[in-house]
Design a protein around this ligand. Structure first.
Ligand SMILES: Nc1ncnc2c1ncn2[C@@H]1O[C@H](COP(=O)(O)OP(=O)(O)OP(=O)(O)O)[C@@H](O)[C@H]1O
Ligand SMILES: [Mg+2]
Length: 292
C-alpha cells in the first residue's frame, strides 16, 4: 500500500513477490477482494509445499523399496549359482566318466539337463547384471550419441555377419548421460534391431531424433524394418524375462529392454515402443538434462 504510486514502484513491488498493489487513499470495498485473493494464493502455496513434501517422501520410499528389491534379486540369483553348479558339474561327470555305461537315451536326457543348466546360468547372470545396474552410481558427462551408435554398431559386426544390414544415422544432439550405461542401452536396442530383422533380405536400422513433442529434451529413436510385434504387448516388453518371440526363432533371455528401461529411468528419461506385426519396430527414449 503506498501513497507514492508510480509504474516503476508497482513493477518493483510485484517483482519482489507482492500479490497486488493498492494505492492510498483506498476504499475497503477495493481492499477486500485483494485480501481474499492474497489468502487464496497463500493457501495454494502452502498446499504446494505440503504436496512437494509428500512427493519427496514417496520418492524416498520408492527408492528404498527398489534398493531392497535389488538386494533381494542379487542375493537370490547369487545363491542359485551354487546348486546350479552342482547340477551341471555332476551331470558333466556322469556323461564324461560314466558315459560308456549309459544308454543313448540316458545320454540324450543328460544332454537336455546340461542344456537347461546352461540356460539357467545365462538367466542368473543376466539377473545379476540387472540388479547391479540398480545399485551402480551414475556419472553424467556430455556424450556424442551419434558416435556412440556408430561404435556400438561396428562392435556388433559379429551379430550381423553374412547379412546386409544398413545403419542410417541422422545427426544427433549430444546427451548428458553416463557413457557406459548409455552404451548398454544402445547395445540392447541395436542388437535387437539386428536380431529381429534377420528374416529381411535388406535390413535397415535408422537412428534419429523425433520431432519436438511434449517431452523435455530430444526424443531419440531406433527404428528397424524387422518382424515387429503386436503393439498391445508393448508395455510388458520392458519387464524382466518378457519375450514375444520364441527362443527357437530368435534367441534371448528377455532382459535387454528391462535393462534399457532401468538405465533410461535412472537418468530421469522415458522409453517406449511403437510397432506393428511384420512392419518393424521403433524404440523411443528421452534423456532430459540433469536438474540443477
Ligand atoms: N526390434 C524389435 N523388433 C521386434 N521385436 C522386438 C524388438 N526388440 C524387442 N522385441 C521383442 O521384445 C522382447 C524383449 O526384448 P529384450 O531385448 O528384452 O529381450 P531379448 O532380445 O529377447 O533377449 P536379450 O535378453 O538377449 O536381449 C523380445 O523377445 C522381442 O519379442
Ligand atoms: Mg534383446
Amino acid at each position: 500500500m503506498t501513497g507514492h504510486a508510480s509504474i516503476p514502484t508497482a513493477v518493483e513491488a510485484m517483482r519482489t513477490g507482492a500479490i497486488d498493489y493498492v494505492v492510498k487513499p483506498f476504499k475497503l470495498s477495493l481492499l477486500l477482494p485483494v485480501l481474499e485473493r492474497a489468502l487464496t494464493v497463500r493457501g495454494l502455496r502452502l498446499k504446494n509445499v505440503e504436496l512437494e513434501k509428500q512427493v519427496g517422501q514417496r520418492t524416498a520410499e520408492l527408492e528404498q523399496l527398489n534398493k531392497d528389491l535389488d538386494a533381494f534379486c542379487y542375493s537370490v540369483s547369487h545363491d542359485l549359482q551354487t546348486p546350479l553348479r552342482t547340477i551341471s558339474g555332476f551331470s558333466e561327470i556322469l556323461s564324461g566318466h560314466h558315459g560308456k555305461s549309459l544308454s543313448p537315451e540316458a545320454l540324450r536326457l543328460l544332454g537336455l539337463i546340461q542344456r537347461g543348466a546352461a540356460e539357467m546360468r545365462q538367466l542368473i547372470n543376466d539377473l545379476l547384471e540387472f540388479s547391479r545396474l540398480g545399485r551402480q552410481a551414475i556419472t553424467r558427462q556430455k556424450v556424442d550419441v551419434g558416435r556412440l551408435c556408430r561404435d556400438v554398431f561396428d562392435e556388433l559386426a559379429g551379430e550381423r555377419s553374412g547379412r546386409r544390414v544398413e545403419l542410417r544415422l541422422q545427426s544427433l544432439p549430444r546427451a548428458e548421460a553416463d557413457p557406459a550405461l548409455l552404451r548398454l542401452v544402445l547395445v540392447n536396442l541395436l542388437s535387437n534391431a539386428i536380431k529381429y530383422t534377420r528374416p529381411r533380405e535388406r535390413a535397415l536400422i535408422e537412428v534419429g531424433v523425433a520431432g519436438p513433442g511434449a517431452e523435455p529434451g530430444p526424443v531419440y529413436f531406433v527404428r528397424d524394418n524387422g518382424v515387429g510385434f503386436d503393439l498391445q504387448h508393448a508395455a510388458k516388453l520392458f519387464d524382466v524375462f518378457q519375450r514375444l518371440h520364441h527362443a527357437h526363432e530368435f534367441e534371448g533371455t528377455g532382459v535387454g529392454l528391462a535393462t534399457a528401461r532401468r538405465i533410461i529411468e535412472r537418468h530421469g528419461g522415458r522409453i517406449w515402443a511403437e510397432a506393428a506385426q511384420d512392419s518393424g519396430a521403433t524404440f523411443f527414449f528421452t534423456l532430459p538434462p540433469a536438474a540443477g
